[in-house]
Design a binder for this molecule. Structure first.
Ligand SMILES: [Zn+2]
Length: 304
């Protein structure tokens, strides 16, 4: 099991900022402490060459992001105050997801990025704590650098918010199938069109959520909708009932069962999987970390 983590994933934010940045510090500690991961599982990603980012993002936007020239509305939409460290972090987490993709392609199995899942980022603008779209950048990296080995990708986005940036980026790319299962009335207010969207009503609990997911997974994996040879999974834990932003009602066990359904289905088919964390905004940081840790525990148990 390969895990991407760099110290600059933990971005210092102004006091009282609503983003739970601490989870990126606590999760690796928890995984090491309990033995789900060992130090040798971790690798430290570095920013990719700009040319690889430009396969996905527009040059003008990328330049302005890297040089502190975002407009005020863009900065506000991003949810983070601009800093050189913030821009460097965004670039590094792209390297994390690309690095995970390279590793699963080389060795099969699963790799996880302790960050990323920045699915609200569009080719030319930021939104909702997302500035550069890591899974999109990694998918385009594979299309460009590994076209013979990766012919059809599937993005399974189970963060509670629609993967709108990802959907828009791959709207006209048949080799990347975008699937988003999200709160119908939740952010973003204006949804994009994924290859498949499952919009959920507020208050949905474990039973109905898991039934819908179990129903759709074979269609996504076995050729009815898509027949992928590579899977990205966005495992946001803002589906939890404890989440401040989610409006769904999954228990922690239900969230773990969600991960089991997705990862067991991929594992059984021998598919390489890259997992990125996505959102999680429960009141207690322990609820967030524990639910994210479950994704790693499930992956570790399958691909041990
Ligand atoms: Zn989210």
């Amino acid at each position: 099991m390969d895990i991407a983590f760099a110290p600059n994933y933990v971005l210092p934010l102004p006091p009282g900022h609503r983003f739970p940045m601490l989870k990126y510090e606590l999760l690796p500690e928890q995984l090491l402490h309990e033995g789900t991961a060992t130090a040798s599982d971790f690798f430290v990603p570095t920013p990719p060459p700009l040319a690889d980012v430009l396969l996905t993002h527009e040059a003008d936007y990328l330049h302005r992001l890297l040089h502190g020239q975002l407009t005020r509305p863009e900065e506000r939409a991003s949810g983070f105050p601009w800093s050189a460290a913030m821009a460097a972090r965004e670039m590094t987490l792209l390297g994390g997801t690309i690095g995970c993709a390279q590793r699963v392609l080389a060795g099969g199995g699963v790799a996880l990025n302790i960050a990323g899942g920045t699915h609200h980022a569009f080719a030319n603008r930021p939104e909702g704590f997302c500035l550069l779209n890591d899974q999109a950048v990694a998918a385009n990296w594979l299309l460009t650098h590994e076209p013979a080995r990766v012919r059809q990708m599937l993005i399974i986005d189970l963060d509670v918010h629609q993967g709108n940036g990802t959907a828009a980026i791959f709207r006209h790319e048949p080799r990347v199938f975008t699937f988003s299962m999200h709160g119908a009335r939740n952010f973003p207010g204006r949804k994009e069109v994924s290859d498949l969207d499952l919009a959920l009503h507020d208050g949905l609990g474990d039973t109905e959520y898991l039934a819908q997911l179990a129903d759709v997974l074979p269609r996504l994996l076995d050729g009815d909708l898509c027949r992928p040879d590579f899977v990205f999974y966005l495992s946001g834990v803002d589906v939890l009932a404890t989440d401040k932003l989610g409006h769904l009602a999954l228990s922690r066990a239900g969230c773990r069962r969600r991960d089991e359904l997705v990862l067991t289905a991929c594992h059984r088919r021998g598919l390489p999987v890259v997992i990125c964390m996505g959102g999680g905004y429960s009141e207690k940081i322990a609820d967030i970390v524990e639910a994210h840790a479950n994704t790693y525990r499930v992956a570790a148990s399958l691909w041990d």
